[in-house]
Design a protein around this ligand. Structure first.
Ligand SMILES: Cc1cc2nc3c(=O)[nH]c(=O)nc-3n(C[C@H](O)[C@H](O)[C@H](O)COP(=O)(O)O)c2cc1C
Length: 180
């Protein structure tokens, strides 16, 4: 096949179309994510919410980010406190995820689970897969959310190695390693 003929069959790039909000949400549901209960305490009071939008930024200085809806009841309190703890849930802790995800009012959320104060004062969940106690170093507004850049000042790990994932709008236990 000649070079010119080959060039003829290269498809045109698609015309850019606006991406609908629901289509974006449906595609993001396919991005499996760890489930975290993010807590805070301080002058603004104690609060907590579930978040899957958490990821590492850098290990020097150890920094992660959390995306928080500015319309949520936690937003003003997290701003006032300037600290938070990301408690990554273990398999079996999905009830805590629903609870902090809005199933019960903020004043009742800490009635389940065992909590102790971390070095920042934010509640650390005893038995979480991992806990990252943080001071918030920067807030960046993007659309409906704030991106919170958080410097990790305390760490905790539980004995269990079984994680909880949120994938296709359902919880999944992450237990098996695929053969190499
Ligand atoms: C699995 C799951 C993941 C969530 N991830 C986030 C997130 O990353 N960021 C966020 O702002 N809200 C997230 N939410 C929603 C908040 O947890 C929820 O809006 C909040 O707890 C409701 O609190 P409020 O009613 O007091 O405002 C998530 C909820 C669930 C169940």
């Amino acid at each position: 096949m000649g070079a010119c003929q080959h060039r003829d069959i290269v498809p045109e790039p698609p015309t850019p179309m606006p991406v609908e909000r629901q289509a974006y949400r449906d595609a993001m549901a396919r991005l499996g994510a760890a489930v975290n209960v993010v807590t805070t305490d301080g002058p603004g009071g104690r609060h907590g919410f579930t978040a899957s939008a958490v990821c590492s930024v850098t290990d020097d200085p150890p920094t992660l980010l959390v995306c928080l809806n500015r319309g949520s009841s936690a937003s003003a309190i997290v701003h006032a406190n300037g600290v938070l703890c990301v408690n990554t849930l273990a398999a079996g802790q999905q009830e805590l995820s629903d609870r902090f995800g809005g199933r019960v009012p903020p004043s009742e959320r800490f009635q389940a689970g065992q909590w102790r104060p971390g070095v920042t004062g934010a509640p650390v969940l005893v038995g979480a897969l991992a806990s990252f106690d943080c001071r918030i170093s920067r807030f960046v507004e993007v659309g409906t959310h704030d991106v919170l850049f958080c410097e990790v000042v305390g760490l905790d790990e539980a004995g269990t190695r079984e994680g909880l994932m949120y994938f296709l709008r359902r919880y999944h236990a992450l237990k098996e390693t695929l053969p190499e």
